[in-house]
Write a protein that binds this ligand. Sequence first.
Ligand code: A2H
Length: 253
Amino acid sequence: EGIGPQEYTGVKMQVIEWSPAAQKALEGKLGGRKVHLVAATLRPETMYGQTNCFVGTAIKYGVFAANDGEAYVCTQRAARNMTFQGIFDVRGQVKQLAELEGTAIVGTKIQAPFSVYPEVYVLPMDNVLPTKGTGVVTSVPSDSPDDYATLMDLRKKAEYYKIDPAWAAFDPVPVLSTPAYGEMSAPALVKQLKIVSQKDVKQLADAKELAYKEGFYNGTMLVGEFKGEPVQEAKNKVRASMIANGVAFAYAE
Ligand code: A2H
C-alpha cells in the first residue's frame, strides 16, 4: 500500500435470497429496495472467477439506502466515505435502514456479476479487516491466495465454520495465465509456499505479493470480453465494462 488513495472497484452483488437469520433481522426494514452487498476489489479483471463472497464474522454491517431504490450492505465507515463520492443522494449523510452481524449474512445467496457462476453464497473469513474497503470481499480462489486458503479451510471444516458444504462447492476456475504460475496462480503459490490455512498470514502476504505482480505484469486473460489481452490492458477495460453495465462503481479511500 503506497501513499495516495487506493482506487477500488465496488462490485454490486445483488441479494437473491437472504439467510434465515438476515431475513429475520431485516423484516419490514427494507421498504422494497433491491439490496446489494458491495465488495471492494483491486482486481476487477478477475471477477470472471468469483466463486463466493466473504464477510467477517466479528464485523457489524449496515444496510444503507442508496440511489434509485437500491440499498447497499457494507461497513458504516465505507458508507460514510461513499457519501462524499456521489454514491448516495445526500453528501456526508448516511441513511441506515438496518444493522446486520457478519454471521447473520453467511449463507445468503447473491449474484456475482461477470462470474462464470452467476449465483454464489456468502461465507465467513477470519481475516477481513473492518478498516479496509467495504468489509465485504468477493472471492476469486484461482488468483487470490487468501481466498483459496480460506475456501479450502471451509471445505475441510464445514461444521466448525457452521456452513452448508454446498455453499463452498464452487470450484476455482482459470481466469488468467502467467508464465510463472500457470492458469491458477493462487493454488500454485499456496502449494509452493506450503500454506495450510488462512491462519498462515505471513506466507499469505508473500503469496499475495507474488501473485499480484506476476498477474499484473505477465498475465494474459483466458476468459471474457478481453480474452487474449494482457492483464495490464484488460484490468481497466473490465472495470469500465462493469461500471457501464451498472454492476460496479468506483470507490476510493
Ligand atoms: B482483492 P489492499 Cl483475485 N479485509 O479482490 C481484507 N481483505 C480485503 C478487504 C478487507 N476489509 N477488502 C478488500 N480486501 C481484499 C480480488 C483479489 C484481491 C485477487 C487477488 C488479490 C487481491 C478477489 N478477492 O488482493 O490491502 C480484496 O481482494 C490483493 C491485492 O487494499 C482486495 O482486492 O491492497 C484487496 O484485499 C485490497 O487489499
